[in-house]
Write a protein that binds this ligand. Sequence first.
Ligand SMILES: CC(C)(COP(=O)(O)OP(=O)(O)OC[C@H]1O[C@@H](n2cnc3c(N)ncnc32)[C@H](O)[C@@H]1OP(=O)(O)O)[C@@H](O)C(=O)NCCC(=O)NCCS
Length: 158
Amino acid sequence: VSDVVVRPMQTDDLEAVSALAGKLLRLHVGFDALRYLNPTEPEKGYARFFGSELQKAEVSLRVAVRGESIVGYTYARAEPRDWNALRDACVWLHDIYVDEGARGAGVATALLGDLRAWSKAQGAPRVMLQTAVQNTAAQRLFAREGFRSTMLEMTMEL
Ligand SMILES: CC(C)(COP(=O)(O)OP(=O)(O)OC[C@H]1O[C@@H](n2cnc3c(N)ncnc32)[C@H](O)[C@@H]1OP(=O)(O)O)[C@@H](O)C(=O)NCCC(=O)NCCS
């Protein structure tokens, strides 16, 4: 959408982005309280962690801005070949979140377009991600953008 700008995340953005990351985490705890970790004050941890990732060449931390507000972000990283996961080097999209009030207007589509360009520039052959089985809205978005379903994670409680 024309009024949304995707740009690199900066230190000044950490508080706003961490608030969104906390919502992403709570969404998943709501899907399955046993599978997802549920720390107290995740925002503080996210601010610290993203702050430490910001300057890394293999990391893409991007924000979608509308007017003065950050309405979404992505966190992706170029990952090396992983024999345990049976996958070659790729860009892994770890987080994508768009704030409730900004959804359905193409913000995530803009963020994914930006990620695709960055990933190609990295020379990565593909982008991979995991999405909760309950998260059909996200799966629709990813499928529309060209992702296909590959692995299915399973969890057994003891
Ligand atoms: C999944 C998520 C990222 C989608 O973000 P979004 O900005 O609403 O996505 P888009 O607007 O690009 O696309 C969503 C819908 O809006 C529609 N849309 C896109 N551009 C549009 C536009 N300009 N005008 C109107 N509608 C539009 C799309 O067709 C799409 O329709 P769908 O409901 O059939 O899929 C968002 O819902 C979210 O943050 N959810 C919580 C976090 C989450 O699930 N993250 C993924 C974890 S793996």
